[in-house]
Design a binder for this molecule. Structure first.
Ligand SMILES: Nc1ncnc2c1ncn2[C@@H]1O[C@H](COP(=O)(O)OP(=O)(O)OP(=O)(O)O)[C@@H](O)[C@H]1O
Ligand SMILES: [Mg+2]
Length: 370
């Protein structure tokens, strides 16, 4: 079992160092990061490097437990505490005694339960549901969330006191798109695990395809990359992975079935919105790269001369590749102006423009009669 976060970005190195530094102390830790960035892995790692490593690590997904039974799940209940409570039952906190409890998706914890959690954090004590005695436990708390808790506090969904208490040590995992140097390492790691497990040989990947993966906006982060690695191996069925395979596999759903966020004066708060915008930007970048490639394949540039002229306007392709659209427009205009003896209305007529437009362009491009 790998307990270290893999990657050679400075962010991951720093994170691994901090984990080793804070793991031995009993302080509670808040792990934040977008979905799939490795929050659970960080929790495993903290537990592993702590003195509690041989004691239980109990993982609780706060988002998956119905609100009504949350407290009895966490703190247990006495016999007869409610209909169906035929036995006394230990909650997760008692099960985790001397070990660590990982409260995943802490942002989903009901407001009422948050008070009780704060109390455990402060005193190590709680009461079972229906109980009248304090129970004492020695538990290290690690909480995780992909939500912006500060925002949830402002919205009144999360207790401010609990927030400050939790975030005294906050390990934040940056999204994969901000630490591109980790992508190749993670790719190799996920591929190796999967091919070994399934006894498949890795058919290799082209440089171009790898480049695409490095620049891709992994909004599902390491988890999305892991899923990608597994499916591409299966789909490619022993064939080397090319950029076309990659693109097909990563087919963007953004423009198909998701609405783009409305741009309002409000700050972008949710990861979902950020996600969409990042993906849209990536799409644009890909389009531009493809356009550039198309221009690279383009032939010489010609503007057919009007019937009363005998030479076409012509720029060889080696030169046009290096020019911007404005530069091309300026050259065309200059050519026509010279040809028609700087008669603007004639040039306008030949180019199907209004004279005013031509004057505007002359001014814009600083064209001077020579
Ligand atoms: N730096 C890393 N090195 C090795 N494996 C990683 C790394 N980061 C993530 N992973 C792997 O990626 C997968 C997703 O990570 P994990 O489940 O920890 O993410 P998460 O932040 O808890 O996601 P979610 O928000 O969806 O719960 C796991 O299989 C994990 O082992
Ligand atoms: Mg998780």
């Amino acid at each position: 079992m790998e307990y270290k976060l893999l990657g050679d970005s400075f962010q991951i190195k720093e994170l691994n160092d901090t984990i080793k530094q804070v793991a031995p102390a009993n302080i509670s830790i808040l792990v934040t990061g977008e979905s799939g960035t490795g929050k659970e892995l960080v929790a495993n790692s903290i537990h592993f490097y702590s003195t509690r490593k041989n004691k239980p690590l109990i993982k609780v997904n706060c988002g998956a437990i119905p609100e009504g039974i949350m407290e009895s799940e966490l703190f247990g209940h006495q016999k007869g505490a409610f209909t169906g409570a035929i036995e006394q039952r230990k909650g997760y906190f008692e099960m985790a005694d001397k070990g660590t409890i990982f409260l995943d998706e802490i942002g989903e914890m009901p407001f009422g339960t948050q008070v009780k959690l704060l109390r455990v954090l402060e005193t190590g004590e709680f009461m079972r549901v229906g109980g009248d005695k304090n129970v004492n436990v020695d538990v290290r708390i690690i909480a995780a969330t992909n939500r912006n808790l500060a925002y949830e506090v402002r919205e009144g969904n999360f207790r401010e006191d609990l927030y400050y208490r939790l975030k005294s040590i906050n390990l934040n995992i940056p999204p994969l798109r901000e630490r591109k140097s980790d992508i190749v390492i993670l790719f190799n790691y996920f591929i190796e695990n999967f091919t070994k497990e399934n006894n498949i040989e890795f058919p290799g990947i082209t440089e171009e395809a790898m480049e695409y993966l490095i620049n891709y906006v992994w909004s599902g982060n390491a988890r999305e990359l892991k899923n990608f690695c597994e499916s591409i191996i299966i789909l490619n069925n022993g064939k080397e992975i090319t950029i076309e395979d990659v693109k097909k596999n990563l087919k963007q759903e953004i423009f198909d079935n998701r609405a783009l966020p409305a741009l309002t004066a409000q700050k972008v708060e949710t990861n979902y919105d950020k996600d969409l915008i990042m993906r849209a930007m990536f799409e644009l970048k890909t389009d531009i790269m493809e356009l550039k490639q198309a221009i690279g394949k383009m032939s010489d540039f010609k503007v057919k001369a009007p019937y009363d002229l005998n030479s076409d306007f012509y720029i060889p392709k080696e030169i046009i590749k290096t020019m911007s659209l404005e530069e091309i427009e300026k050259e065309i205009l200059l050519y026509f102006l010279k040809t028609f003896d700087w008669n603007v209305s004639k040039v306008a007529d030949k180019l199907g423009q209004t004279p005013r437009n031509i004057y505007r362009k002359i001014k814009l491009y600083n064209i001077e009669k020579s």
